[in-house]
Design a protein around this ligand. Structure first.
Ligand SMILES: O=C(O)Cc1cc(O)ccc1O
Ligand SMILES: [Fe+2]
Length: 459
């Protein structure tokens, strides 16, 4: 497979022509009476026409046939993709899933779209405000089939198996430890190379942005130059039996036939594009003195709500880094949160739970549901010598954190059969260590190296 080329930057005004058709982008205007190469001009709007400039998103696509030339859509059955948040009773428990099962190709061929399973979500695609979390488990490429989501944006996190994503804007290869974002309305098709699994964060009514950096300054976290955007690529491909276009619209799938590939865009320009990002490029910032920084310090992308500082969803990672905090319980703290936390694991393990939370599985700690390190992690890290050490080496856990109170679907609760009924047991061995006769000097006698200089100065 030839190396793919990409443009670089986040949300730039890009332009790209398939090298087979130089000059395909009209010069100086978007709608010439006749476009170069006799292409059709088509605008894809990702924001209201009237959005302020800073939030205005659109691209112009120059294509062989406009998207409108398709037969009527009809409803398509899908058993496990849903936006019905009332399928099962609410459950405030800590939930954890074993790795989601990938179907065996010999038993059933499943492609990316049919392999989408909704785990949880909230809100309403019609009201343009909400979130859905899906896992995809598939084994077959989409052949003469493409998909677009009318409801929102997909942030795709491959966990097992690379995916080859053909989009209207060009092609991307996305491997585990990379992510891609396919925004609302963009046609794409996914090729796979074996048993394939990953996670999808869908947001309705907002696009992902880089978080503001505040006092961090002008650089750091996910740097804009590390985002990769495909270059224009077209196929002039007619399919006798019909090419199937699938749209997710108001939570349901619809399919329509047309006689040609939708990947017929010869040139495009604009700031509304798909993109990918390698999580290895994340410039990690964290505590260099004491205490545990909140995980928002690891935010890669955020989909903002209209409330200042409150996200519809944040995509947060727990990357390999140094742990050096002095006189600190270094792993995540025990907490209760006014946000929902869905976690997944791409590879390795997660520091707050060495066992039980496995790559390809997940967990959901709902709004105000208490959670934190398991008993093992607490005991170990309360006694550990606090030398500088690598944390999370060779691992990558992530969190979809949302201000929405999410409902779990029937698939998530029952059908997937991966819910770990014993999850709560990981906290059962937690014992009281309360000592009413405790004094600072008894603490000092027990403490490992890396004591608190301020406490020492106080004594
Ligand atoms: O619950 C979790 O494991 C995620 C998490 C990590 C952390 O370092 C601090 C808070 C938090 O919710
Ligand atoms: Fe948490």
């Amino acid at each position: 497979m030839a190396e793919l080329k990409y443009l670089t930057g986040f949300g730039n005004e890009f332009s790209s022509e398939d090298p087979r058709c130089p000059g395909a982008l009209p010069e100086g205007q978007n709608n010439p009476q006749v476009c170069p190469y006799n292409l059709y001009a088509e605008q894809l709007s990702g924001s209201a026409f009237t959005c302020p400039r800073s939030a205005n998103k659109r691209s112009w696509l120059y294509r062989i046939i406009p998207s409108v030339r398709h037969k009527p859509f009809t409803v398509m059955h899908h058993g496990s993709l849903t936006d019905n948040w009332n399928e099962v009773e609410p459950d405030p428990n800590q939930l954890r899933w074993l790795p989601f099962t990938i179907p065996k190709v010999a038993e059933k061929k499943v492609d990316f779209v049919m392999g989408l399973n909704t785990v949880c979500g909230a809100g309403d695609s019609r009201a343009r405000n909400g979130i859905a979390i899906h896992v995809y488990t598939c084994n077959t490429s989409m052949i003469d089939r493409s998909f677009y989501n009318s409801d929102g944006d997909f942030l795709i996190v491959p966990q097992q198996g690379k995916i080859f994503v053909t989009t209207e804007f060009g092609k991307m290869i996305v491997e585990p430890n990379e992510i891609c974002v396919i925004q609302q309305g963009m046609h794409f098709s996914v090729e796979v190379f074996g048993e394939t699994r990953g996670y999808v964060l869908e947001v309705y009514g907002a696009h992902f942005e880089l978080p503001d950096l505040g006092p961090i300054g002008a650089n750091g976290l996910a740097n804009p130059r590390d985002f990769l955007v495909p270059v224009a690529w077209y196929e002039d491909y007619t399919v006798a039996g019909g090419y199937t276009i699938i749209s997710k619209y108001q939570g349901k799938l619809f399919s329509a036939l047309q006689d040609h590939s939708p990947f017929n865009v010869v040139a495009w320009h604009g700031n509304y594009t798909p993109y990918k990002y390698n999580l290895e490029n994340f410039m990690v910032i964290n505590c260099v003195a004491f205490d545990h920084a909140d995980p928002s310090i690891f935010t890669v992308l955020t989909a903002k709500s209209v409330r200042p500082g409150v996200a519809i969803a944040d995509f947060v990672i727990f990357p390999p880094r140094w742990g050096i905090a002095d006189h600190t319980f270094r792993p995540p703290y025990y907490h209760r949160n006014c946000m929902s936390e869905f976690m997944g694991l791409i590879k390795g393990h997660y520091e707050a739970k060495e066992g039980g939370f496995l790559p390809g599985g997940g967990s959901l700690h709902s709004i105000m549901t208490p959670h934190g390190p398991d008993a093992d992690c607490f005991e170990k890290n309360s006694k550990a010598a606090l030398k500088p050490e690598r944390v999370a080496e060779g691992t990558m856990a992530f969190m979809f954190e949302s201000s929405f109170s999410m409902a779990v679907t029937r698939w998530g609760m029952d059908t997937c059969r991966r819910l770990d009924k014993d999850y709560y047991r990981c906290w059962e061995p937690l014992r009281s260590h309360f000592d009413p006769h405790w004094t600072p000097s008894s603490q000092k006698a027990k403490a490992g190296p890396g004591g608190c200089p301020r406490a020492a100065a106080r004594e």
